[in-house]
Design a binder for this molecule. Structure first.
Ligand code: WT7
Length: 650
C-alpha cells in the first residue's frame, strides 16, 4: 500500500476532567504510563497479574502465553475456570441482593433481577439443558430478544461448558439457518417473540422456518414465553418454564480449560460471507472484565447501560460477561431508541439514573438529527461517562454527544475494537488520557498497536496505513470455526511479520494518537492520492444541514476514481432545484474544509443509508449503486433494503 494521505485536521483537545480523575481507577497520565511501562518490561507478568486480579481460577494457570504454535496463541494454559462462576457465584457472598439487571421492556415496563435471582435462573436453565443431553463442547444457538433471559441462556451454556452462538434477533430465517448449520448446533434457545418499537418480532416462527429449510442437527428448541401467546409447539419444542420447573437449585459448574471455547459469534459481514469467530474462556474473560473496569471506570455504585444487543460482540463483552464479572448493576433495554419517541434513551437515563452510557455513532447521529430540544427534556445529570463504538465517530457527532448529552462534564471513551479482538484495544482511560474528537486515542496498556505499510514496516506520524497489533493479547480470536485457513489468511497474512491485521486503515498523530480512517477495502484512489472514507465523511457531517454521509469511489477514466457521496440531510430530503443548490453548497464546503482533492464529484441524497443490522454503513453496496447497479451478492444482513432503490434513483 502506498501510504494513505490524511487530509483532515482536528485540533480540539479535552484534558481529563479533574473531578473525574480524582476518583478514577487510573487517575493520571503518569499512572497510564506506568502501566504501559509495566507491560513493556514484563509482558507476561503484566497479563498474569491482571488475570489473577479480574478472574477467579479454579485451578491456577502455570503458562501465561504459549507462542509455540503461532498464530494459534494459547493463554493461561493449565488454568481452569467457569465463566458463570465469575459472573455470578463469586459475587453472592457480598452481593446476593444487589440488582444485576434493570430490564426495561419495549412497552416501558421494568423488571429488576438480583444476582441471587440471576444465579437461580441460570442454574435452573443449566440443569434443564443437561436434562436435554447438552454437554461440554456442544454448540447451542441463542436467538432471543434483548431481555435478561438472553444473558441467562448464555451463562447457562457457560455453566455446563456448552459453546453458545448468539444470532441477533433481527436476522432472517435464512441467516439463522446458515449460522445454525455452520456451528453444528443441536439445540436452539429462542422466545415466542420479542417486542421492538411496538411491533412483534416473530422469533419462534423464524426458527421454525429455518428448521423447515434444513437444520439437520437440531434436536430440540427451547422457547421462552416472552409474549405468552400460543405458539405452535412441535414435537421438538419445549417451553422454558416447563424445562426449568422443578430443577435442582444447584448446578455444579463445569470447570473448563482456559482455552475451551466460550462462544462463537458470526461477524456482521459488511464484506462477504459471515465468519464464526471463536473466543476462548479464560483470555476473553480477563480482557472483558479488565477493560470494563478501566475504560468505563466502573464502580460498585454505578448504573451502567450499554445499548448494544447481545447478538453483537459488544453485547457479549460489555453486557453479559464484562459487567457481570465486575458485579455491577446494568440497564438492559428490549426496544429501539425512536419508540415511542426519539427521547427514549434520555428518558431512560433519567428514570434509572444511569451513570455510564455506551452506544454507537449511528444512534448518536440519528438522535442528533432530532435536535437539542429532545434530550433537553430529560435530566441527564446522573451521567458521568459516555462511550461509543462501532464506527469512527465524526468530530461533529462527538461534540454534540459531549455538549448536549454529557453536559461538557463527561469524558467520552471512543473505543476501537472488533468482534475478533474480543475487547477494547485502543481507547482513552477516562481519568488519564486527554481526548480529541474523532480519535480513539491511545492503546490500552498491554496492547501493542502500530501502523505499518504492506510490507509490515512501521510508518511515521500522520501517514495512513494498516492498523496492526504486534503482539498477541488474551481475548484475541482463536480461529474461524470450521475455516482455520481463512483465519490465518485474513488476520495473519505472511508478509506482515506475524502481526495481527485488523483490516482498518489509520494514522497516528504527533502525540501517538490513533485516528481510524476506514476499512482498508473502502480506501479511495483519486488521481494517485489514496484517501480514507472517514475524513471526507466527517467534513460532510460537519455541515449544519447534514445528518449522515457515506463516501465511495467510482471508476473514472482520468482520475482513477471519482468521489461519490451519499448524504442524509437533517429535515426533508432535498429534491430538484433545492438538491442542486445543496450539491453546490456541499462541494464548496468540502473544498473549504479539507481541500479540492476531497471534493465529491457527485452527491446523492437519501432518507437513509444502507446499513448492516448493527448500524454499519455498507459501502460495498454503495460502490455498486454509484456505478448505477443494484448490488449483486448477499444483502440479507441489510437493515433497510428499500433504500437501495431510492439511492439508485429508481
Ligand atoms: C470494526 C469492527 C467492536 C464492536 C462493534 C463492532 C469499526 C469499531 C470503532 C471506533 C472507528 C471503529 C472498525 C472495526 N470500529 N469501533 N471506535 N472507531 N472504527 O464490531 O462488527 O467486529 O466491527 O468496526 O472498522 O474494524 P465489528
Amino acid at each position: 500500500m502506498n501510504n494513505l494521505e490524511s487530509i483532515l485536521t482536528e485540533n480540539r483537545v479535552f484534558p481529563p476532567n479533574p473531578a473525574f480523575a480524582a476518583k478514577a481507577r487510573i487517575g493520571s497520565r503518569a499512572a497510564y504510563d506506568a502501566l504501559v511501562a509495566e507491560a513493556n518490561s514484563d509482558y507476561e507478568g503484566f497479563w498474569a497479574r491482571l488475570a489473577r486480579e479480574f478472574v477467579t481460577w479454579d485451578t491456577p494457570f502455570s503458562t501465561v502465553l504459549d507462542e509455540s504454535n503461532a498464530p494459534h496463541y494459547r493463554w493461561f494454559t493449565e488454568g481452569k475456570l467457569n465463566a458463570s462462576v465469575n459472573c455470578i457465584d463469586r459475587h453472592l457472598p457480598t452481593k446476593a441482593s444487589k440488582i444485576a439487571i434493570i430490564a426495561e421492556a419495549d412497552d416501558g415496563s421494568v423488571r429488576e433481577i438480583t444476582y441471587q435471582q440471576l444465579h437461580d435462573q441460570v442454574v435452573a436453565l443449566a440443569n434443564g439443558l443437561k436434562s436435554l443431553g447438552i454437554t461440554q463442547g456442544d454448540r447451542v444457538v441463542i436467538y432471543m430478544p434483548m431481555i435478561p433471559e438472553a444473558s441467562i441462556a448464555m451463562l447457562a451454556c457457560a455453566r455446563i461448558g456448552a459453546i453458545h452462538s448468539v444470532v441477533f434477533g433481527g436476522f432472517s430465517a435464512e441467516a439463522l439457518r446458515d449460522r445454525i448449520n455452520d456451528t453444528g448446533a443441536r439445540l436452539v434457545i429462542t422466545a415466542d417473540g420479542g417486542m421492538r418499537g411496538g411491533r412483534m418480532v416473530p422469533l419462534k416462527a423464524a426458527v421454525d422456518k429455518a428448521i423447515e429449510n434444513g437444520c439437520p442437527n437440531i434436536e430440540q428448541v427451547v422457547v421462552f414465553e416472552r409474549l405468552g401467546n400460543a405458539t405452535l409447539m412441535a414435537e421438538r419444542d419445549i417451553t422454558w418454564s416447563a424445562l426449568t420447573a422443578g430443577q435442582p437449585t444447584t448446578c455444579p459448574p463445569v470447570m473448563v480449560d482456559a482455552e475451551h471455547p466460550l462462544f462463537l459469534l458470526y461477524t456482521s459481514g459488511s464484506t462477504g460471507k459471515p465468519k464464526g469467530v471463536q473466543h476462548a474462556t479464560g483470555g476473553f474473560l480477563v480482557n472483558a472484565a479488565m477493560t470494563n473496569a478501566w475504560v468505563f471506570d466502573l464502580n460498585d455504585d454505578d448504573v451502567y447501560w450499554c445499548t448494544a444487543d447481545v447478538g453483537w460482540i459488544t453485547g457479549h463483552s460489555y453486557v453479559t460477561y464484562g459487567p457481570m464479572a465486575l458485579g455491577v448493576t446494568q440497564v438492559m433495554f428490549e426496544g429501539i431508541p425512536s419508540y415511542p419517541d426519539g427521547g427514549r434513551f434520555w428518558q431512560m437515563i433519567e428514570r434509572h439514573k444511569v451513570s455510564v452510557f455506551y452506544t454507537a455513532p449511528t444512534a448518536i447521529r440519528a438522535l442528533m438529527k432530532l435536535g437539542d430540544e429532545v434530550p433537553a427534556k430529560s435530566d441527564l445529570s446522573s451521567l458521568r461517562l459516555l462511550g461509543t463504538v462501532g464506527e469512527p465517530i465524526n468530530p461533529e457527532a462527538w461534540m454534540w454527544y459531549h455538549r448536549v448529552i454529557g453536559g461538557e462534564r463527561c469524558p467520552i471513551a471512543d473505543t476501537w475494537w472488533q468482534t475478533e479482538t474480543g475487547a477494547h484495544m485502543i481507547a482513552p482511560l477516562p481519568g488519564a488520557i486527554a481526548t480529541k474528537p474523532g480519535s480513539c486515542t491511545l492503546p490500552l496498556p498491554g496492547i501493542m498497536a502500530a501502523i505499518v505499510n504492506d510490507e509490515g514496516e512501521l510508518i511515521g506520524p500522520n501517514q495512513g496505513g494498516n492498523l496492526v497489533i504486534t503482539r498477541p493479547w488474551p481475548s484475541m480470536i482463536r480461529t474461524i470455526w470450521g475455516d482455520d485457513a481463512r483465519f490465518q489468511r485474513s488476520y495473519f497474512p505472511e508478509k506482515l511479520k506475524g502481526y495481527y491485521l485488523a483490516g482498518d486503515s489509520a494514522r497516528r498523530d504527533n502525540e501517538g494518537y490513533f485516528w481510524i480512517m476506514g476499512r482498508i477495502d473502502d480506501v479511495l484512489n483519486v488521481s494517485g492520492h489514496r484517501l480514507g472514507t472517514m475524513e471526507i465523511e466527517s467534513a460532510l457531517v460537519a455541515h449544519p444541514l447534514v445528518a449522515e454521509a457515506a463516501v465511495v469511489g467510482k471508476p473514472h477514466e482520468i482520475k482513477g476514481e471519482s468521489i461519490v457521496a451519499f448524504v442524509v440531510c437533517k429535515g426533508d430530503r432535498p429534491e430538484g432545484v433545492a438538491a442542486e443548490a445543496m450539491v453546490k453548497t456541499l462541494r464548496d464546503w468540502v473544498a473549504e474544509q479539507i481541500g479540492p482533492i476531497a471534493k465529491p464529484d457527485e452527491i446523492r441524497f437519501g432518507d437513509n443509508l444502507p446499513k448492516t443490522r448493527s448500524g454499519k454503513i455498507m459501502r460495498r453496496l454503495l460502490r455498486g449503486i454509484a456505478k448505477g447497479e443494484l448490488p449483486e451478492g448477499d444483502v440479507s444482513t441489510l437493515e433497510n433494503p428499500a433504500i437501495l432503490e431510492q439511492l439508485l434513483g429508481k
